[in-house]
Design a protein. Structure first.
Length: 225
């Protein structure tokens, strides 16, 4: 098995398609905002190019760490919600009241996938299962850490192609323009992939993603981000 295949399988194991696209999009927007902001006051020559490279890499490494921490926190929050559901059911002596708790929590997610009779059978099956289940422990797990690593990897990976021009060109403005062109192309590719994922027009989705990404970067710059 080759190294790229190993990396892809690792990321896909811990992040679904929507999450992977979101992480890449987040990384692209962050590096685009960082380089454009730094480019407003950058100097000429190799020093300016190095500062832009540091801005691109530093920004995404920092936000990759933040995003990884948020991933772990979200996983713990999900387990806490499951634990509260199990505890609420087990504290409720009336089976019908416990069933109502499950219906309130589960049924909205199933309305588009099943009819009322099937949902009722499913909810009763869940009640039987959760009545005898132990609430999950709200601690950091190995899978949480692996998922966090996947988040960090994707955010940082997103900035690498756009960072390359700052190594190839000594003139900061030229490097910045090439970098921005690459970022816009990557935004389009993310939008195109998202369009295929949600079964809409990929070309329109790609153009829309570029527009949204540039708008978000503009807002961030205007607000001093």
């Amino acid at each position: 098995m080759t190294a790229p295949t190993t990396r892809a399988s690792f990321v896909e194991r811990y992040l679904d398609s929507a999450s992977r696209l979101g992480e890449v999009l987040f990384g692209l927007i962050m590096v685009l905002g960082a380089t454009l902001t730094a480019g407003l006051s950058i100097g000429d020559g190799d020093t300016g190019a190095r500062r832009l490279l540091q801005a691109a890499l530093g920004c995404n490494i920092a936000w990759g760490i933040i995003d990884a921490i948020m991933y772990v926190m979200n996983c713990m929050t999900e387990r806490a919600e499951k634990a509260r559901l199990i505890e609420a059911i087990q504290r409720t002596p009336d089976r019908e009241r416990a069933l109502d708790i499950i219906r309130t929590d589960i049924e909205p997610r199933l309305e588009a996938l099943s009819d009322p009779a099937d949902r009722d059978v499913f909810c009763r099956s869940i009640l039987t299962y959760l009545t005898n289940s132990d609430a999950p422990k709200i601690t950091v797990t190995r899978d949480d850490l692996y998922g966090a690593i996947a988040c960090f990897w994707l955010v940082v990976l997103a900035c690498l192609p756009a960072s390359t021009p700052f190594l190839l060109f000594a003139e900061p403005i030229r490097a910045l323009r090439v970098s921005n062109a690459l970022l816009i192309a990557m935004l389009f590719l993310v939008g195109h992939k998202w369009g295929r994922l949600v079964h809409t027009n990929p070309l329109l989705a790609g153009v829309a993603m570029v527009a949204i990404g540039l708008a978000l970067v503009g807002v961030a710059i205007l607000l001093g981000g």
